[in-house]
Design a protein around this ligand. Structure first.
Ligand code: GNR
Ligand code: NI
Length: 174
């Protein structure tokens, strides 16, 4: 087991689409385990492989309310195959620390995915789990939640975030 480094905006790798997983081997299972350890330690309710610099289509999610690893979903090559309704809920992202905003999503989604052995599953979810599925699959396309804000809110975000980075840099130099 190993803790992985979570990449932060504006890291270019977060903007790239990830490639499909074709080999369901030990390396993939090791990555899933390391990602889980990293997510629980953060703590976060989801993590996508590109957030740890691996541009492969794998995400993990655990939206269970408990502190313990509880309902861990490891989803390889995930796709949304059905959607319903609309929701507007506040989101954050481990790759965009210190920033939250309301994001428009589908209220219910059905995700088809493979597990680490290659077996196909489907899962329908609403609430935080449904939002997380959409948020994590976005990462596989190089899309961050801030990319889904209105152009005005997005440019305000950029200014604010860059200012924060600069201030942090100056502090570190002092
Ligand atoms: O930990 C996380 N919390 C969260 C809250 C609301 C909507 C989405 C998320 S996902 C985020 C972890 C993360 O960045 N996953 O990519
Ligand atoms: Ni995220």
């Amino acid at each position: 087991m190993a803790l992985l480094k979570i990449l932060h905006y504006p890291e270019p790798r977060l903007k790239k689409p990830s490639v499909a997983v074709t080999e369901f081997n030990d390396e993939l299972r090791q990555l899933a385990e390391d990602m889980a350890e990293t997510m629980y330690e953060a703590p976060g309710v989801g993590l996508a492989a590109p957030q740890v610099g691996v541009l492969k289509r794998m995400i993990i999610i655990d939206c269970s309310p408990s502190e313990e690893p509880n309902d861990l979903i490891v989803a390889v090559n995930p796709e949304i195959i059905a959607t319903e309704g609309e929701s507007l809920e506040e989101e954050g992202c481990l790759s965009v620390p210190g920033f939250w905003a309301n994001v428009k999503r589908f209220s219910t989604v059905t995700m088809r995915y493979q597990d680490v052995t290659g077996k196909t599953h489907e899962r329908t979810a609403d609430g935080l789990l449904g939002i997380c599925m959409q948020h994590e699959i976005d990462h596989l396309e190089g899309i961050l939640f801030v990319d889904r804000l209105s152009p005005l809110k997005r440019s305000l975000f950029r200014k604010k975030f860059m200012k924060m980075l600069k201030e942090r840099e100056q502090k570190n130099e002092a």
